[in-house]
Write a protein that binds this ligand. Structure first.
Ligand SMILES: Nc1ncnc2c1ncn2[C@@H]1O[C@H](COP(=O)(O)OP(=O)(O)OP(=O)(O)O)[C@@H](O)[C@H]1O
Length: 233
């Protein structure tokens, strides 16, 4: 469960987030949608303890991130890139992440298999394609088999097969009772994947609800998005 309540944040003199409130619930995939600069990454960074909110609270399973004792077992996150040192192999990176959270080494090969990187596990991360980097980042997020997944643009760099694979994986996580929150610019793809949608625009919540509620009377989620944000260039 993710609970964000009345979060506000300034950068310099600019208010980048105002009164951001939404939930992402267990058993559901929630999509976080907004144009460039709307405040998606800023919100996710606060949720993941990488930045501080000046107002409000952002909780994962009832606790702020910094109060989680073994964070990887509660929330797995995929932000920009894989987070791995480029001269390390994929497997060495995951072993290091596992050790930092007291997770068993054997879990590394399980997640490598889960994300389809077994064959590339012994190669240095600098040789990975963009899509392989996303898979490695996802493997790290899955190491602790967490109840919550938070993913910023997870299909970025994936080919059509990879996008379908990611969609199925996220839906399966939700079907097993986990909470999944993902941001994406690809609205057609998002509409295929999510149960619930939160739309953010100029640092404020523009709409939130089930996919059907947010789509409303519009033909598609994309049409609803452009009507909400006026961003139909
Ligand atoms: N480190 C920073 N310093 C100053 N301003 C920032 C910083 N990071 C983000 N901002 C500003 O905060 C606002 C929200 O940015 P944020 O990255 O959260 O948006 P986003 O919705 O994730 O956008 P995108 O889809 O382009 O990644 C923008 O106006 C951006 O310019």
């Amino acid at each position: 469960m993710i609970t964000v309540e009345h979060v506000g944040k300034r950068r310099g003199r600019t208010k980048v987030l105002s009164d951001i409130s939404f939930e992402a619930r267990p058993g559901r995939v929630t999509g976080f949608l907004g144009p460039n600069g709307a405040g998606k990454s800023s919100t996710l960074r606060i949720l993941l303890g990488l930045d501080r909110a000046e107002e409000g609270t952002a909780l994962v399973c009832g606790l702020p991130f910094h109060r989680l004792t073994r964070p990887l077992t509660v929330v797995g996150a995929l932000l920009d890139g894989s987070g791995a040192h480029r001269s390390r192999t994929g497997r060495a990176h995951l072993r290091w992440v596992a050790a930092s959270n007291g997770l068993p080494r054997g879990r590394v090969d399980e997640v490598l298999d889960l994300v389809g990187l077994t064959e590339a596990a012994g190669k240095r991360v600098r040789t990975y394609s963009l899509g392989m980097g996303r898979r490695l980042g996802l493997a790290a997020a899955l190491l602790g088999d967490p109840d919550v997944l938070v993913l910023d643009e997870p299909v970025n760099g994936l080919d059509p097969g990879g996008i379908r694979w990611m969609r199925e994986l996220l839906r399966e996580r939700a079907a097993s009772g986990r909470t999944v929150l993902l941001s994406s610019h690809l609205m057609g793809e998002l509409a295929e994947t999510v149960h619930d949608v939160v739309v953010i625009h100029h640092g404020r919540i523009a709409s939130r609800g089930t996919l059907a509620e947010v789509t409303g009377t519009h033909r598609t989620l994309e049409d609803a998005f452009f009507a909400l944000t006026g961003d139909g260039r």
